[in-house]
Design a protein around this ligand. Structure first.
Ligand code: SF4
Length: 254
């Protein structure tokens, strides 16, 4: 009987046929459908229920927390927002608090002056344009001050359960290093990943990739001997071909 690795290898070689001359080939993953299915199946066994760590009590506080988390750790943001959200968990209450007081609550977070300004401005915009409700589409979310595409993706996924791919430094690195989604910009990588990741794994894929990057495929030196996809990985940087045992890991912080 053929092993799953043999079957996967066969599907790699059959998918690596040269393309007819003159035909434009889109930048794409180095992995076949079968390999992608297997990679994300293994990630799903390792971490069945990955979760974001940013504390929030409703979609509004989630938008604020994500906007505050740029260039800051989730733990640092949580420390500041616990007290802030206890007094202001709606756009109206945030506005009533005012910029100066918001600044006091978040002064332990980097870029707090600018972020306090944005929190007030986005609260005002939610009241003026969205009936105090956080919108569900990316197009609307990015109109809020301090909310870029990455923040919008996190909010859509965490608040509304819409699968998205917020490309951070870990996903940017893995996309290129592992040749999963070779791309120059976060938008390019996002587009490829959204296209190639099997739909039934898409919702958690974002967290799986970040955790894989943070704890295994690390920036300075990937720890390939601890990697569950070492046999499938096509990175020129990999140092081991034998996959680590596939077991569920204890919860890890994003
Ligand atoms: S084998 Fe090494 S380079 Fe490849 S994904 Fe695993 S840790 Fe990263």
């Amino acid at each position: 009987m053929k092993s799953s690795t043999q079957t996967l290898k066969k599907s790699i070689s059959s998918s690596a046929q040269p393309k007819p001359a003159g035909r434009k080939v889109a930048v794409r993953s180095a992995y076949s459908k079968a390999e992608l299915e297997e990679i994300f199946r293994r990630f799903s066994v390792q971490r069945p229920e990955p979760k974001g760590e940013l504390e929030h009590v409703n979609p509004f506080t989630l938008v604020v927390a994500v906007a505050l988390s740029a260039q800051a750790t989730d733990a640092g943001v949580n420390k500041a927002t616990r007290a802030l959200f206890a007094v202001a968990d709606t756009p109206e209450k945030m506005l009533a608090l005012g910029e100066e007081k918001v600044r006091d609550y978040i002064k332990t977070i980097g870029l707090f002056r600018n972020k306090a300004k944005n929190v007030i401005a986005l609260s005002q915009k939610l009241i003026d344009d969205f009936g105090s409700e956080v919108p569900k589409t990316r197009e609307e979310l990015v109109t809020l001050p301090g909310v870029g595409r990455k923040t919008a993706n996190v909010v859509m996924s965490m608040a509304f359960g819409i699968p998205t791919m917020a490309v951070d430094t870990h996903i940017l690195r893995i996309g290129n290093r592992v040749r999963l989604a070779p791309g120059k910009t976060p938008d390019e990588i996002e587009e490829i990943l959204m296209r190639i990741i099997p739909k039934h794994y898409l919702f958690h894929a974002h967290h799986w990739l970040i955790l894989h990057g943070r704890y295994c495929c690390k920036a300075r030196k990937p720890e390939c001997e601890r990697c569950v996809i070492a046999d499938l990985c096509k990175s020129p940087e990999k140092t081991c071909d034998v996959p680590a045992p596939l077991v569920e890991l204890p919860p890890q912080i994003l």
